[in-house]
Ligand binder design. Structure first.
Ligand code: CA
Length: 475
């Protein structure tokens, strides 16, 4: 492992003196949706601190992640689609980022950053897969990466257990603030992936009582608790005099969950789906005094995170690594310098296609891993290109594949009695052996299939998917 780590570091080299490169604070909110924000038109939710970040940031308004937790984290950390780094689920050992992958923390460490992580890693917490073995100097995470330990949790700091008192989200933010204070005279990367507002929905009453009467008051309260913690974090950065020296990034990790019936920003789909509402995420990038707040509607995504961070940090990626990445640096969109130019990377952003796949299939007994993968090629996936979204919903027929059975069942039962997400349940559509095409400019809710009217576009995007599938699994 030592040799591997050395090789990883040797493959990176510094681009330029890092004196004027900023600290980087990255908050990733688990299971919050694009619509769970007052600034995105949600009239019920109370999110004043995140709204302020919205107003102060470069905002990527057409930014997509993966349909669920670990896949998104795998891509954020590695810069590659999760399938290429062996992540295809949130459990079953298929949420473990392979050791060949360099992480964004490896990249930043090579650029002289002190790196800390406080929260939900979800990419393997055993042995060499632990975050403190993947480029983080300090990594504090739940002892078994469980969602359940809301109060007085046992945490693990670089593999050593610690008992903590209090509400877990507050604890992680407190610990992150201590890290920032301790490293205020160094250049640091502080990654705070929350466990909230993921279920189970448990929050101190003072947050939920604001939403009394709403069936999802605990979820909404959890979002407000995260928001309050973000406010405390920002105040701490300000008190330390670091605001102008710190890039602050806010993102969520998959489509909406318990909040989609309150407000889903006009979209259909939720976490776990490949509809736009299942993958669109907020993506706010702020550097006070340096970057002007603006909206960028180019098609972007989590694949772009690592190369963008590398450029912000002044780390030149080694050619082999750069070419293996699925994304590009968005810096020219952030600082606006190249928006009017014909910079190659901007053209790539404007004409690229990006794929999302639900993954999460069950390991069906009697089928090999390779067969299971092939059985789910079209289970629930999409291709994005310009303002189009090409969708396929073709779950497998095995009764032993619980995830596909869930899709089959929801296709039959659209009444969704007793379930959450009542309005958005309609995103589970009857499977057909063909692609559907939606024009997101005119049909954000994705109800009108225009595939029959646009056969050339369907063919082009479907062709991209076939090639992508080969590239993702046949390596
Ligand atoms: Ca999540």
């Amino acid at each position: 492992m030592k040799l591997l780590s050395l090789l990883l570091l040797l493959s990176l080299s510094h681009a330029w003196s890092a004196d004027d490169t900023p600290n980087i604070v990255f908050v990733l909110v688990d299971d919050m949706g694009y619509g769970d924000l007052a600034a995105h038109g949600n009239r019920l939710i109370h999110t004043p601190h995140m709204d302020r970040i919205h107003h102060e940031s470069v905002r990527f308004t057409n930014f997509c992640v993966s349909p669920s937790c670990a896949p998104t984290r795998a891509t954020l950390m590695s810069g590659k689609h999760e399938f290429k780094v062996d992540v295809s689920h949130t459990i079953l050992g298929r949420n473990v980022l392979n050791l060949q992958s360099q992480t964004v923390a490896n990249v930043l460490k090579s650029g002289g950053y002190t790196t800390g992580m406080f929260g939900k890693w979800h990419l393997g917490i055993q042995d060499s897969y632990r975050p403190d073995k993947r480029g983080f100097d300090v990594a504090l995470t739940d002892v078994d990466d469980s969602q359940k330990h809301h109060y007085d949790p046992t945490l693990q700091r670089n593999g050593v257990e610690e008992k903590h008192q209090g509400y877990r989200t507050d604890i992680f933010f407190n610990q992150a603030m201590d890290f920032i204070e301790s490293n205020q005279n160094k250049k640091f990367f502080c990654y705070i992936p929350t466990y909230s507002p993921h279920s189970p929905l448990i929050v101190p009453e003072r947050y939920s009582k604001r939403y009394e009467g709403n069936p999802n008051k605990n979820f909404l309260g959890m979002v407000t608790n995260v928001d309050e913690n973000i406010g405390r974090l920002r105040r701490k950065i300000e008190q330390l005099g670091l605001t102008d020296k710190t890039v602050f990034i806010l993102m969520n990790d998959n489509g909406g969950t318990w909040g989609v019936d309150v407000h889903n920003a006009g979209m259909r789909g939720r976490k776990g789906s490949a509809l736009y509402g299942g993958i669109r995420a907020l993506s706010f990038w702020s550097w006070p005094g340096k970057w002007k707040p603006v909206e960028r509607e180019q098609m972007t995504g989590h694949v772009d995170f690592l190369p963008t961070i590398a450029e912000i940090a002044g780390v030149k990626l080694e050619d082999g690594l750069k070419q293996s990445l699925d994304g590009v640096s968005l810096m020219s969109l952030i600082d606006g310098k190249a928006v009017q130019s014909d910079a190659a990377e901007i053209l790539k952003v404007n004409d690229r296609m990006l794929v999302a796949h639900r993954a999460r299939w069950s390991d069906v007994p009697g089928r090999t891993a390779a067969q299971n993968i092939q059985d789910h090629k079209y289970a629930y996936c999409c291709v994005r290109w310009k303002h189009y979204l090409l969708l396929r919903v073709q779950p497998c027929s095995s009764k032993e594949c619980s995830t596909c059975q869930k899709i089959h069942n929801r296709c039959k039962d659209t009444s969704a009695r007793g379930r959450p997400y009542t309005n958005n349940i309609k995103h589970y559509m009857a499977p057909e052996n063909k692609w559907k095409l939606y024009d997101l400019n005119n049909d954000l809710f994705q109800t009108k299939d225009i595939a029959a009217q646009q056969p050339v576009i369907v063919q082009k995007m479907a062709g991209h998917y076939e090639q992508w599938w080969m590239d993702s699994w046949m390596r």
